[in-house]
Design a protein around this ligand. Structure first.
Ligand code: AMO
Length: 439
């Protein structure tokens, strides 16, 4: 007999089916044994009556997280679907045969059958492969999967070619000190902080490219929004008139991605009581305007033209109140705090760059890039970088490239914020932080 998925059972009343999955929980009522079984499509109640002697004997042995196979009759459940939120709440399985496929050797350290695990972050991450079996936690990664899927889909539709670029590099891409240096045979190498150079090079080949890939930052921070390995959703596009074109494109992408998640992950979002506000237009303001708002409305003064995590939260709060939007673009960051490849504005103290904030946190940075060879060499020198170290990158410009720009989006922060998770690490299967290299 072929395997049936639990989600299909409501349409199969009166038929005998074979199911395989995990035992969520077993409950005994007198001689009747009830088992909640789950597979990738859902969860269902099964009943084992004493008359089915062999199945009943096997069922008595069963505990939570046993992996079993059953054959049984799909029956309309007394009381119907109204007691249960599950789509399968209206049916149950009267088990005829039951086999144990695999079972835990030892007692599980945590009970994953409860709705909320209520564990502290370290316990949750230390027992990751087990905790991930919990329904509510699995929802995080179904939403994450939809984010990746829909990002790729909308980027393809917008004419972007998907690329994969190397993560072991001969130079640090983003400057600063937050790179990992590794031993690479006889020489030193760096783990990619971003696909910046390669995506720019490929914008000069395919016009529009995107990459979904791992990025590494040696940030010694213990915050709720930093990890040392994350997945970037990068985009780069050629023939832009200004960085406004880049923002307009990213705005379209975010509108479509958020709509996809809202549409395709309803049940998963509900578990977190998360609501996705439809996006139509993302407000834009200069960083200096944002700083004025912080000063006037929140009494917060920044010493330099820059914004910190608290300021980002406040600006998002202000935008939400005044524009009913969870997103905002802050633009024109000072040259001194942007990477050397950023296109300067007419006033060269500032750059044609932006950050995209979402529900209180920066989720993307981007802008127009310098595409003129001599201007780029001069900018490197200003940033105290040695052009000799960037020979291959500079070749892109030496041989000519159209005006271009792009963005880097942090995928995990998006999911963290949609679901209101306390830490970005909850949105990563196996997060890497300053102290954590396992599991
Ligand atoms: P930036 O350094 O701002 O820009 O990174 C882009 C986005 O990546 C995410 N991010 C992180 N997420 C989790 N943990 C971290 N430690 C971390 N660091 C960054 C954030 C951030 O907005 N090359 C440019 C992008 C570009 O201009 O195209 C860059 O890397 O969501």
């Amino acid at each position: 007999m072929e395997r049936t998925m639990i989600g299909e059972t409501p349409g199969l009343i009166g038929q005998v089916v074979k199911l395989q999955g995990w035992v969520n929980i077993r409950r005994d009522h007198g001689k009747l044994i009830f088992i909640d079984l789950r597979d990738r499509s859902g969860k269902i109640q099964m009943v084992i009556i004493p008359d089915k002697e062999e199945a009943h004997k096997a069922a008595k042995e069963i505990r939570g997280e046993y992996i079993i196979e059953v054959e049984g009759l799909v029956k309309a459940r007394p009381g119907g679907a109204k007691n249960e939120k599950l789509p399968t709440g209206g049916v149950e399985i009267e088990v005829e045969k039951l086999n144990i496929i695999s079972k835990p050797e030892v007692e599980l350290p945590i009970d994953v059958s409860t709705e909320d695990l209520n564990l502290n972050l370290d316990t949750l991450l230390d027992n990751r492969t087990i905790a991930l079996r919990n329904d509510k936690i699995k929802s995080i990664f179904r939403i994450y999967s939809e984010l990746l899927r829909s990002y790729a889909e909308v980027m393809n539709q917008a004419g972007f070619t998907e690329i994969k670029t190397p993560k072991i590099l001969n130079a640090a891409t983003e400057g600063g000190a937050n790179f990992f240096k590794i031993k690479y045979f006889e020489q030193d190498a760096f783990l990619a902080q971003s696909p910046q150079f390669y995506k720019q090079a490929m914008a000069g080949v395919f016009e529009r490219v995107f990459e979904i890939g791992p990025l590494f930052r040696a940030e010694p921070h213990f915050t709720t929004r930093h990890v040392n390995e994350f997945i970037g959703l990068d985009g780069e596009m050629a023939f832009v008139d200004s960085f406004e074109d880049v923002m307009a494109q990213l705005e379209k992408i975010m509108i479509l991605v958020m709509a996809s998640i809202a549409k395709n992950c309803q049940a998963d979002l509900e578990k977190y009581e998360a609501q996705i506000l439809p996006v139509e237009k993302i407000p834009r303001m200069k960083l200096t305007e944002a700083l004025d708002i912080l000063d006037k409305e929140y009494g917060k003064k920044m010493e330099e033209v820059d914004i910190d995590a608290e300021g980002e939260r406040m600006i998002c709060d202000w935008v939400k109140k005044n524009h009913n939007c969870d997103f905002v673009f802050l633009t024109h960051y000072p040259t001194s705090i942007r990477p050397f490849y950023s296109m300067p504005s007419a006033d060269p103290q500032y750059t044609e760059t932006f950050d995209l904030l979402f529900m209180g946190v920066e989720i993307a940075s981007g802008g127009q890039r310098i595409h003129d060879y001599n201007q780029l060499v001069a900018s490197m020198q200003k940033h105290k970088l040695n052009p000799e170290d960037f020979k291959h990158y500079l070749d892109i410009f030496k041989y000519g490239i159209p005006p271009h720009g792009g963005w880097g989006l942090g995928s995990e922060r998006i999911v963290q914020k949609i679901l209101g998770l306390g830490s970005i690490k909850e949105a990563i299967l196996f997060p890497r932080d300053v102290k954590r290299l396992t599991p």
